[in-house]
Design a protein around this ligand. Structure first.
Ligand SMILES: [Zn+2]
Length: 481
């Protein structure tokens, strides 16, 4: 994720996290399930075999769910921009990680018609953004199961985050712009909506004829048109977190091809941004190939980018297809979103407090791209930010513990990138660039934490680095050089 104007921001305004609403409404309706609080993860009723209402991220207690692990989502969706009506038929393949008489999915709004588990009708209740499912028969620990949910209604994007404005499934004049970080997948499909649970995704998206529906991965067959509607079938075969899934749709002009190194490359722009299509396609190809020499092999089966006409003011690193909301992306932001394909998408954080592992890396990639192009060096960019006075808000916000109510603070980006530059200076270029590749390779398609990064940095460099990381990531105040 990057704001189109990030470098101009001098500290974002704090806001209530979006899940405060969910927490309040969950408490208000007299549901018998124990109440989650901001201090403790949502509890499991041991002995009653209920999956927890949250996956265990203490900063986002109701995001995700406990008791199971998803391996695959099959999303069959229909959407009509004229009525803003969405219909969904979602099958989720998962494995129970405990015995389960009941488990939750995350879903915001919609009328749920039918829920079944293992092909048999299941009962369900709604409470805030939680959909609680009771299968006809309990699920055994370790056993695979499939839950299917049919639902419909008008999607309600999340609007209460002053860090981000609006996110989730956002209707546009000709379709929808769908970017869901941090927890907006629930605005269009029932899911385990937290990055700690990755899965593969299949999409079958039906929209009025003449529109294009874009999703992650590749088209697995030619679009089929019948009765005035066209169905697009996409598949992302590599594990993906829910917030990176998209079904952005509308009028689009497309350019297909391959990068010089052979990676399939698809650029799509709203007709309003026609003049940027060729540049987006070319630059995306160049940067994808360049990062594969710096970070290691490109982790996915295709690359690309999408410019839609919704003025989000930010871009999101949707897996294989970064989304740029309402502006012509420059090289710097394309470099940022494509670096995320390694750091953020292939490697995912387990807890939101580690967000600097995504944003610090992607911001540092902007500096590396600038250096590669013979513009400002990473050192000179570091120096520019380091010159900010000791009273600047960035020095009061240690980026190694991103705050839930101010997740996308400038510090997580800029001071996160400065941490990497301070590390590069301390260990030297050889060890630093070896580390970048090893980090991406060791955790490919998996999860990462800050202590794991610190440990690998020490192993690769042979240096004790606690002091450096404490000063840059965890302590308040401007670190000494
Ligand atoms: Zn980013």
């Amino acid at each position: 994720m990057r704001s189109a104007l990030l470098v101009l921001l001098l500290g974002a305004v704090a806001c209530a996290p979006s899940n405060v609403d969910a927490l309040l409404s969950a408490n208000a309706d007299g549901d018998a399930t124990p109440t989650a609080t901001a201090q403790t993860p949502a509890p499991t009723r041991s002995g009653q075999e209920w999956g927890a209402r949250g996956i265990g991220d203490p900063d986002f207690p109701l995001d995700g769910n406990g008791g199971y692990d998803v391996s695959r989502y099959r999303l069959k969706m229909g959407y009509d921009p004229a009525t803003k009506h969405l219909t969904g038929n979602v099958s989720i393949e998962a494995k129970a990680t405990q015995s389960l008489r009941r488990f939750n999915l995350d879903l915001k709004g919609f009328d749920v018609g039918k829920v079944s588990v293992a092909g048999k009708p299941a009962t369900f209740t709604r409470s805030g953004d939680e959909l609680s499912v009771t299968p006809a028969a309990p699920l055994a620990k370790g056993g695979p199961f499939t839950v299917t949910v049919t639902y419909e209604g008008v999607p309600q994007p999340v609007k209460d985050s002053s860090n981000l404005g609006t996110y989730g499934f956002i209707p546009t004049t000709d379709g929808a712009y769908v970017t869901c970080q941090p927890n907006g997948a629930k605005t269009w499909f029932p899911s385990n909506d937290h990055p700690a649970d990755k899965a593969r995704f299949d999409f079958e998206l039906t929209v009025p004829e003449g529109l294009t529906a874009l999703a992650n991965g590749e088209l697995t067959k030619k679009p089929v048109t019948s009765g005035g509607k066209t169905t697009f079938t996409w598949s992302e075969r590599h594990p993906m977190v829910t917030y990176l899934a998209t079904m952005t749709l509308g009028k689009f002009e497309l350019r297909e091809g391959r990068t010089a190194k052979g990676v399939p490359n698809l650029a799509a722009v709203d007709p309003k941004y026609r003049s940027t299509l060729a540049n987006l396609h070319t630059v995306t190809g160049e940067i994808t190939d360049h990062w594969s020499t710096v970070f290691g092999p490109y982790p996915f089966s295709s690359t690309g980018g999408v410019v839609d006409d919704f003025a989000a003011g930010y871009a999101l690193e949707n897996q294989t297809k970064p989304m740029y909301g309402g502006f012509k992306p420059d090289e710097s932001i394309i470099a940022h979103e494509l670096a995320h394909q390694w750091y953020g998408d292939s490697l995912s954080i387990k807890r939101w407090k580690d967000l600097w592992l995504n944003e610090g890396f992607a911001t540092y990639a902007e500096w590396l791209w600038s250096e590669h192009r013979g513009r400002a060096s990473a050192q000179s960019l570091f120096d520019t930010y380091y010159a900010k006075p000791a009273g600047n808000a960035m020095w009061a916000y240690p980026p190694g513990q991103a705050k839930p109510n101010d997740l996308f603070n400038e510090s997580v980006y800029i001071r996160g990138a400065m941490t990497l530059h301070a590390l590069r200076t301390a260990v030297g270029d050889t060890a630093f660039f070896t580390l970048l590749k090893e980090w991406a390779q060791d955790h490919k398609y998996g999860h990462v934490t800050t202590p794991e990064f610190v440990a690998l940095a020490e192993k690769t460099s042979g240096k004790q680095l606690d002091q450096l990381f404490d000063a840059w990531l965890f302590n308040k105040g401007k670190p000494a050089l």
